[in-house]
Design a protein around this ligand. Sequence first.
Ligand SMILES: C[S@@+](CC[C@H](N)C(=O)[O-])C[C@H]1O[C@@H](n2cnc3c(N)ncnc32)[C@H](O)[C@@H]1O
Length: 250
Amino acid sequence: MAGHAFRFGKLILETACTETAHAAAGLAAGGMQNSTLTVFILRKPLHAVLCYDYAMNTFDELTRYGIVHLVPILQADSMEYMESLLKSLRPRTFLEIGTAIGRTAIDAASLLPELKVVTIEKDPEMAAIARQNIRKADLEERIVLIEGDALETEIPRQEYDLIFIDAAKGQYQRFFERYSPYLSKDGLILSDNMFFHGLVEHPERTNNRHTKGLIKRLKRYREFLESNEEFETEILDTGDGIAITRRKNA
Ligand SMILES: C[S@@+](CC[C@H](N)C(=O)[O-])C[C@H]1O[C@@H](n2cnc3c(N)ncnc32)[C@H](O)[C@@H]1O
């Protein structure tokens, strides 16, 4: 993983929900380097305590923040895939829809010293945290954070070699239609969460109406990509499912 100075630390996470603790444990084990992890499940009140010592760099620090604050960050194997793609493609420009705390933007810019990143975040609190993280990583000159709704904001009018769609799952087609015209000739568009935790294949596993609506929209987005005349798409069984889209005539 890309990163800066190492430092040692200890993290204790308390949660009243054992499932959350175990999910966080999985994320931590997959996403943190050099981490040893101990999970304590306490009774009365039911608390799960995650405690791990680790050698921490910027990437790990942001991973840790994501886990503790339950920010939806890219899964460990998707992040690995993203890094291998960045290394092989060596894009000059990267557009990310959905910054969260800036983890992917910072990792990408740390990995490729020539890369210019534009990233869009709607939630002002997230944007403030991302801005702070970008400043701390000393990447303000190469990461432009745009605060606002990606369906409304204006971005620098240039070509992007890599576009990463990772924001509101129900809006993927609209993001695609708005930003695909900016894709460079040989560029790639990645869309994360195409499986939506297995629910796109098995919608019967949820009764939540909102989630059912999202699943339908993600399914429609997949059909839109698969029947697209201009673009071709492959869905990778990595993380929560990543769609990779490129121009047919590229
Ligand atoms: C899954 S997280 C992004 C994770 C980030 N790409 C990463 O890899 O670490 C999704 C983010 O998209 C933001 N978001 C949702 N809808 C948005 C929109 N219409 N425009 C911009 N950001 C949006 C959310 O606030 C959230 O922070």
